[in-house]
Ligand binder design. Structure first.
Ligand code: ZN
Length: 499
């Protein structure tokens, strides 16, 4: 236990620094005056370096190597073993990258976001292309340094975000998604227009705030251990399991936007609030992966939150809150309206059905880039070609095309697939959950606690001590399977628009 105790002092310092950084970031995004952001950013930079130094110290490295030995492993509990394994994996990966290259890369990505933002604003890809070329070159080299024998570059990048997920799973996944979604979308579009009779009216922001709070509470977000604020884009963060925070953004004429953000971010929040006491504030004290996290936010937002059963107990509350605006709107009109698929150019505004197509385009392009099948200069052309082919739309400029997402400017290649995986995992979880409880009945009664308890037992409490594959197998008895997603989409959309 001696070695683990020593590691614990480092873990405590890291947790303290991380808490401070999270808090400062939250403040910058929500309340901090714009004029002060630059000075604060310098302090954030110093604290981040302190965190990094604590992590990569030679002492921590020696401790992790010692603790990885079989006789030491026997003395640890499951959570401690997971902490050692996770930290060692990151360490081993970092060690393969020459420090001076990583330093140069960090300097590059410290300013690349600003360059991207300017290029997007000016709708001019050429402004960003030289920077992106450098980032792509670094990412290729890093993947080459870290990939295992026989592993492709892109698989090495994917592994950083979703352990164990490979192109051999994603290729068939996106193929079946494409084969199912593209024709389904066409049939719905041919079936004729669907009204959204609540639009074109004003919904006071103060009322929207109250309703969003009620919705988050309804799904089980605990405001005694959580808080909500406002920011440009909704997000969720946490200091630890007992201080989980999310933000929202309100539009006076689109009340559904904030409502579904509240349910989405509330879903992320519920995950974090239900991590085991013994794991929170450790390197495995958060959701296991971006894919699993998105599976939970989307499970609440789309799978549960856009169903008629979910809204049945809530509809009277909504009509009371907006008596004039919703006077002539029926629940069934509302449900058909909020689910209506409409191909669009912007990923973040996409509906549940077309969303995976946006991800597929990015996935195909990232793979081509990493395997040298396309150059950075060819990106806009390839982007527009795929948008035309799958969504039937061509971006009028690069600002709403290839430049729309921030991810590549931060070197995040291999991250996008997690979003689509999240949607698919949510459908797989629903299929399994239905064998355990009457989901529809629970939603109609407004009692979501049994659902949350089951998800806590099988997913939340483990934090990142188990990966997505282990959680899915432990819960449903099988690994990731795209079939559930296709069945779910087909059944749902046919029932809503084609019957
Ligand atoms: Zn999310």
């Amino acid at each position: 236990m001696e070695n683990y105790k020593k590691l614990q002092t480092h873990l405590d310092k890291m947790a303290a620094l991380e808490t401070a950084l999270t808090m400062m970031n939250w403040d910058v995004e929500t309340l901090a005056p714009r004029g002060g952001v630059e000075r604060t950013a310098k302090m954030v930079g110093l604290l981040s370096s302190a965190y990094y130094e604590e992590l990569v110290s030679p002492e921590v490295k020696a401790l992790l190597n010692a603790l990885a030995q079989p006789e030491e492993q026997k003395k640890l509990d499951d959570g401690q073993r997971a902490i050692v394994r996770t930290m060692k994996k990151d360490f081993d990966r970092m060690e393969k990258i020459p420090p001076e290259e990583y330093q140069a890369y960090s300097e590059l990505t410290a300013t690349s976001g600003t360059i991207w933002a300017e290029a997007r604003e000016k709708k001019d890809f050429a402004l960003f292309a030289p920077t992106l070329k450098k980032i792509v070159a670094y990412q290729k080299r890093f993947a080459d340094y870290t990939r295992k024998q026989g592993q492709s570059r892109y698989d090495a990048l994917l592994d950083q975000y979703e352990e164990g997920i490979t192109t051999s799973q994603l290729d068939p996944f996106f193929a079946v998604v494409r084969e199912a979604v593209v024709p389904l979308l066409k049939r719905i579009q041919q079936a004729g227009p669907v009204e959204k009779p609540w639009l074109g009216k004003k919904y006071p922001i103060e009322t929207q705030r109250e309703i969003c709070r009620k919705l988050a509470e309804h799904i089980g977000f605990d405001f005694h251990r959580g808080v909500a604020a406002e920011s440009a884009h909704p997000f969720t963060t946490e200091l630890h399991k007992d201080d989980v925070r999310f933000t929202n953004h309100y539009f006076e004429q689109q009340p559904e936007s904030a409502m579904f953000s509240a349910i989405h971010e509330g879903g992320h929040g519920i995950y974090e609030q239900n991590i085991a006491d013994g794991l929170t504030q450790t390197p495995v004290g958060h959701g296991t992966s971006m894919g699993m996290h998105e599976s939970q936010s989307r499970f609440y937002e789309n799978v549960l939150g856009r169903s008629e059963a979910f809204w049945t107990p809530l509809w009277p509350m909504l009509q009371q809150a907006y008596p004039q605006q919703l006077e002539e709107v029926t629940l069934s009109q509302f449900i058909r309206g909020i689910n209506l698929p409409e191909p669009s150019l912007i990923r973040t505004e996409a509906d549940e059905l077309t969303y995976p197509l946006h991800i597929m385009v990015r996935y195909e392009i990232e793979k081509m880039l990493m395997e040298d099948q396309i150059t950075v200069e060819q990106l806009p052309q390839e982007w527009n070609r795929q948008y035309q082919e799958y969504l039937g739309l061509t971006p009028p400029d690069d600002g709403v095309g290839v430049l729309q997402d921030v991810h590549w400017s931060g070197g995040m290649f291999g991250y996008f697939p997690s979003y689509a995986l999240g949607s698919a995992i949510a459908a797989q979880i629903l299929a399994w959950l239905k064998t355990k409880v009457d989901v529809d009945q629970l939603l109609r009664s407004g009692d979501l606690a049994p659902i949350r308890e089951i998800l806590t037992e099988h997913i939340y409490r483990y934090g990142a001590s188990r990966n997505t594959d282990q959680l899915l197998r432990g819960m449903t008895g099988e690994g990731f399977n795209a079939k559930y997603f296709i069945d779910y989409l087909t059944e749902k959309y046919e029932a809503l628009y084609l019957q």
